[in-house]
Each structure stands twice: as structure tokens, then as C-alpha cells.
Design a protein around this ligand. Structure first.
Ligand code: FES
Length: 252
């Protein structure tokens, strides 16, 4: 084959290299559309004692669940819009998702040994991609949000007639667990535990912590997808309860 023929092809790969980028477009696209729609609803996010994670912590004055009216003058806004920029920014700047959407949405490059869509490459050295460096700060900001999600999971045991466990309780606990695994498997968290040291010799505690986070970090991609799907399904479950489409399954 001549070099001219090779140059005119995007790739010489014969396998289904396009399948992964396509699945990422479908997965992230569906989630972005659904979460935007859900955030704009400004309703049906609470079915006692369950609060949708998209609306937690509920900061607007019109909250059906916990009202923390520090953003009171924006009280007509959907509580989800007041808070979703934190987990949204955390995911958008995540090292794994960056790889995933650079490949699938920007074709930069779409797969190994497949040519970039763009003719030039500047990486993340220029605006707007240089802003991806704020990821470490989103990690810090996501921690209080995570604490509220655990609080919601705890509240999910408190029914009008006292202590209980419903399917929603389990759904909320699984959601908080998966989002915790996602946050603590973050590359920034790993750096926080083990970075900035020349040697682990005098930092046995940090070495242990770094080892645990490294194990989690190896599964970051899988955890990212499972936690993304689960948080969406948790909102769907609470929404279906709140609109009366389904009834909660009560175990205790
Ligand atoms: S690298 Fe994915 S959340 Fe930090």
C-alpha cells in the first residue's frame, strides 16, 4: 500500500474501534439530557423520607425537605441548579471523563491508532481546557455535598410512623456509597494522600492511605460509570414515588 493511500485513511484498524466512543456519546449524552431536564423541573424531588440526590443539599427557600435559606433571594430557582454545578463540575473536569469525552465528542483522538479530527493539538495548555486544572478544587467542594448525601441516606430510615427501611432507603445508601467510592478514587484524592513527598519512609500513615486510594483509583473508570448511572436512577426512583407512579417497597 502506498503512503498516499495510508494518509487518506483515518486508520488502518479493522476492529470496532468506534464502538466505545459511540457508547460514551450515548451514555454521557443521555445523562446530560436527563439531569438537565430533572434539574429544571423544580418539583417531584421529594417523597418522604427520600430526597433526590440532584436536589441535595436543598438550599432554596422553597425546599420541600431541608430549607437552608442562605440563597433566599433566588428562592424561585430550582434547588438543583443551586447545587448541581458542584458535582457536575467535578465530573466534567474528572481525569477519566476528560479522556472519555475528548475521544468520543471531539475525536481527539477517537481511539488508539486513529487519526485526530483536528489537525493541530494544544492539549490543555490553552483556554478553555486549561480550566480543567480546577479539578482538585471541585474535589474539595464535592466533599460537603457527599456529607449531605449521607445525611439524606440516614434520614431515609425515618418514616412518619418511626424507624423503617424501604427500597428507597437502600437506593439512597447505595447512591451515597457509590458516590463516596467515586470521590475517594479520584486522582486528586490520591495525590492528596501520597503527593508532595520525596519518600514515604517518614509517612507510614500516608503510605497506607495512598495504597488504599491507589487500589480504588485503579477502578476509577468503572466506579465513574456505575455511580453516574445509579445517581440518575435514584432521581428516577424518587421522582416516580413523588408523582405517585409507583409505591415504595417497605421492608420494616
Ligand atoms: S479524577 Fe475522576 S473524579 Fe477526580
Amino acid at each position: 500500500m502506498s503512503s498516499i493511500a495510508i494518509d487518506s485513511k483515518r486508520t488502518l484498524r479493522q476492529d470496532l474501534w468506534w464502538l466505545e466512543p459511540l457508547l460514551v456519546v450515548l451514555g454521557l449524552g443521555c445523562f446530560a439530557l436527563y439531569s438537565t431536564w430533572a434539574a429544571l423541573q423544580n418539583g417531584d424531588y421529594y417523597a418522604a423520607p427520600y430526597l433526590s440526590p440532584f436536589y441535595s443539599p436543598c438550599l432554596a427557600i422553597n425546599c420541600e425537605h431541608v430549607s437552608v435559606p442562605i440563597f433566599g433571594t433566588w428562592y424561585n430557582w430550582s434547588p438543583a441548579i443551586l447545587i448541581l454545578w458542584i458535582p457536575g463540575g467535578f465530573r466534567l473536569t474528572c481525569y477519566y471523563y476528560r479522556k472519555a469525552y475528548y475521544r468520543s465528542f471531539f475525536w481527539s483522538p477517537p481511539a488508539c491508532a486513529v487519526r485526530d479530527a483536528a489537525s493541530s493539538y494544544s492539549g490543555e495548555t490553552r483556554f478553555p481546557f486549561i480550566l480543567q486544572n480546577v479539578h482538585r478544587y471541585f474535589f474539595w467542594m464535592s466533599l460537603p455535598v457527599l456529607a449531605f448525601l449521607w445525611w439524606d441516606a440516614f434520614i431515609a430510615f425515618r418514616f412518619a410512623d418511626g424507624f423503617g427501611i424501604g427500597l428507597g432507603t437502600l437506593v439512597l445508601i447505595a447512591n451515597a456509597t457509590l458516590l463516596s467510592l467515586y470521590s475517594f478514587s479520584c486522582h486528586s484524592c490520591r495525590h492528596l494522600c501520597g503527593g508532595g513527598l520525596n519518600s514515604f519512609q517518614a509517612a507510614a500513615g500516608r503510605y497506607k492511605l495512598w495504597g488504599i486510594v491507589t487500589k480504588l483509583n485503579e477502578k476509577h473508570m468503572q466506579i465513574a460509570w456505575v455511580s453516574l448511572v445509579w445517581v440518575g436512577l435514584t432521581d428516577v426512583y424518587v421522582r416516580l414515588l413523588a408523582t405517585g407512579v409507583i409505591q415504595d417497597l417497605r421492608f420494616i
